[in-house]
Design a protein around this ligand. Structure first.
Ligand code: MRU
Length: 347
């Protein structure tokens, strides 16, 4: 089954409801910026590139929704600004969200004075292009990254950086898919990824769909697997990389990177250029989302922690650049990422 995480159907955006996978496979339709923002916030759609694509469609949907304001251009502008604002507030860590909004805003600004119908049409075309581009970029990262994996490699991944986290193919799982397409025998070890279980629910599901061998472990088993010689490489995705190469990704990634270094296992990060934030010097400046304590307290209303206990739920952590063997980008592999090597990607 081809996974279309986001699709445009009858002038609406449809997104797979990732909260209910793998128990059920359903699409939810969206028709405004506010509703898309809600879909992002509530994790119907998640994963940095997918969030960016969703936000781009959110802007286009808002323009379509407001097109009845035909001659009242002031109201249209106010409505669009509010749409951009609500989308920007949906989640803080993945920079792809802000990258996509900036790109949509520059299209809008370049069309000021044009008819609302034309603006709406151009914004929709741009959203379609962002989606198509995402898949092309993932394929290109996949081709570069696949070269790094030897035939027979057992690859550990954390969270879900697959087709579900992007417009298609995936970043970290895209590297694995491309290696399999090249004829390499690759098997995957999926960390379950507490507390939201993106690894157990989403990565395992994606791999099972495609008959790529996958073994699910709980997060605290990664060290055992590495010490037992059962992991040849780690490949993860990322939500934001700072100018010096520090990598923010799903909580627990830092722990995996430290373990990988201890066991001399390469730690690769699949990272489209849209995830690199050259405006911040180091990972210390990356905003880390704190999510509801209920995610740690239990799952889907079933609570296992004592009532009244204090709970923390930071959703991302930062892996220092020194622990990153290489970033895999659509422009090639960047070994030992640092400020100069990252800056060179944008020249
Ligand atoms: O909270 P999530 O599920 O949005 O977190 C997703 C991740 O941390 C992914 O690893 C990252 O966005 C890269 S996805 C290609």
């Amino acid at each position: 089954m081809k996974v279309e995480t986001l699709r445009w159907v009858n002038n609406r955006l449809e997104m797979i409801d990732q909260r209910i996978l793998p128990a059920a496979f359903e699409y939810i339709a969206y028709d405004s910026a506010a509703s898309v923002a809600d879909g992002i916030r509530s994790m119907v759609v998640r994963g940095a590139p997918a969030i960016g694509v969703a936000a781009a469609y959110g802007v286009a949907l808002e323009a379509l929704r407001l097109s009845h304001l035909n001659e009242g251009k002031e109201d249209f502008s106010k409505g669009m600004e509010a749409g951009f604002a609500v989308l920007a507030q949906s989640r803080p860590t993945a920079v792809n969200l802000f990258w996509a909004l900036k790109r949509m805003k520059s299209v809008w600004e370049s069309l000021k004075g044009q008819s609302i119908a034309l603006i709406a049409e151009r914004l929709l075309t741009e959203a379609h292009e962002i989606l198509a581009e995402d898949i092309r970029i993932n394929r290109s990262m996949g081709a570069f990254g696949a070269e790094l994996l030897k035939d027979g490699a057992r690859v550990l991944t954390h969270c879900n950086a697959g087709a579900l986290a992007t417009a298609g193919h995936g970043t970290a799982l895209g590297v694995i898919r491309s290696a399999v397409e090249m004829g390499k025998k690759i098997s995957v070890i999926a960390d379950e990824t507490r507390p939201f279980l993106q690894g157990a629910r989403l990565t395992a599901w994606e791999m099972v769909q495609e008959n790529i061998p996958v073994t699910l472990i709980t997060d605290n088993m990664a060290g055992f697997m590495m010490a037992s010689g059962e992991v040849d490489a780690v490949v993860v995705g990322t939500d934001r990389v700072s100018a010096n190469g520090d990598v923010a990704n799903k909580i627990g990634t830092y722990m995996v990177a430290v373990l990988a270094r201890r066991h001399n296992i390469p730690f690769y990060v699949a990272c489209p250029l849209s995830t690199i934030d050259m405006s911040i010097a180091s990972g210390a400046e990356i905003p880390i989302e704190e999510r509801s304590v209920n995610e740690v307290k239990g799952f889907r209303g079933n609570h296992w922690a004592a009532e009244g206990v204090s709970i923390r739920n930071p959703s991302f952590d930062v892996t220092p650049a020194e622990l990153v063997t290489a970033l895999i980008t659509e422009k090639g592999v960047v070994r030992k990422p640092d400020r100069d090597r990252l800056a060179a990607l944008f020249k």
